[in-house]
Design a binder for this molecule. Structure first.
Ligand code: PGA
Length: 269
């Protein structure tokens, strides 16, 4: 696991976008796993800039998103903040700005008639696409990856999950409140890739910024591997895992000097 520490959110986002862009250039038909939330927005903005200004070509890229609220789905008849689906978030924040054919993008279908059968189909679709080359991840205030809340099996696959109060509170403050919704409007269930699904990706990039994430980042990276902090499963990943943090999110870590030293030495290789 590489831990890269950047001065601020902007630098964190540019580092992540640069790594994704490198993969897209090297493997134009790569499979990207994508995330929603406040954290990856800067990364998506940089990818949009690279597409517009440097011609980064997403036309053959395939994407799978981590999760979606159960009971809602993209509804283009509503203005964006009134459509709180993750499918709409991805459409607005990335897909419609990078020239990727929408049929190449998959977000779990929160409106599926049979959500459990859908979860199995999602797993199958990821396999049929050849697996995820690079999965982008944030980390929740309760330590979750995607919507794998504390107590989720570290071997879990795509399934329906109940959201914790902390996740409901975090997402209400970040998204629902500003769009004029009340707390009662928040969905309490989601479809989420499992931790086992995520660990199947050939490489991972996990992002975190801000003081608010410092403790949970330290628990995930330097604490025990535990289903209480599902992002701690990064310690089990068999491929290339990169954590990119701003100084604030890194401020609870014990080994900051070693992470910085390692990055410097590896750059000389
Ligand atoms: P955030 O969410 O990016 O909005 O902080 C992260 C997450 O829940 O994974």
């Amino acid at each position: 696991m590489d831990v890269l520490i950047r001065a601020d959110y902007d630098q964190m986002s540019k580092t992540a976008a640069g790594m994704i862009a490198d993969l897209v250039r090297k493997k134009p038909d790569c499979v990207l796993g994508l995330a929603t939330g406040g954290t990856p927005i800067g990364t998506y903005q940089e990818l949009i800039r690279l597409h517009r200004e440097e011609g980064l070509d997403f036309s053959n890229v395939r994407t799978f998103n981590l999760d979606e609220y159960l009971g809602i789905g993209r509804d283009l008849s509503k203005p964006y903040p009134l459509d709180q689906s993750y499918a709409r978030f991805m459409y607005e924040e990335l897909f419609r700005n990078i020239g990727i054919p929408l049929e190449n993008t998959s977000v779990p279908d929160g409106l599926a008639n049979d959500p459990e059968a859908f979860c199995d189909e999602y797993e199958k679709a990821i396999c049929e696409a050849g697996g995820v080359d690079l999965q982008l991840l944030g980390i929740g205030g309760d330590g979750h990856w995607a919507f794998n809340e504390p107590g989720s099996s570290l071997a879990s696959r795509t399934r329906i999950e109940v959201l914790t109060q902390q996740t409901l509170d975090d997402n209400y403050e970040l998204f629902y409140k500003g769009a004029g919704f009340s707390r009662e409007d928040m969905p309490h269930f989601a479809i989420t890739m499992g931790i086992g699904t995520i660990l199947g990706a050939r490489s991972l990039i996990m992002l975190a910024n801000g003081k608010r994430k410092a403790d949970v980042v330290a628990a995930a990276l330097e604490g025990p591997v535990t289903s209480r902090v599902t992002a701690s499963a990064i310690q089990l990943h068999a491929g290339k895992a990169t954590v990119i943090l701003d100084e604030d999110a890194a401020s609870g870590l014990n080994d900051v000097d070693f992470y910085k030293h390692t990055e410097k030495i590896k750059a000389m290789l």
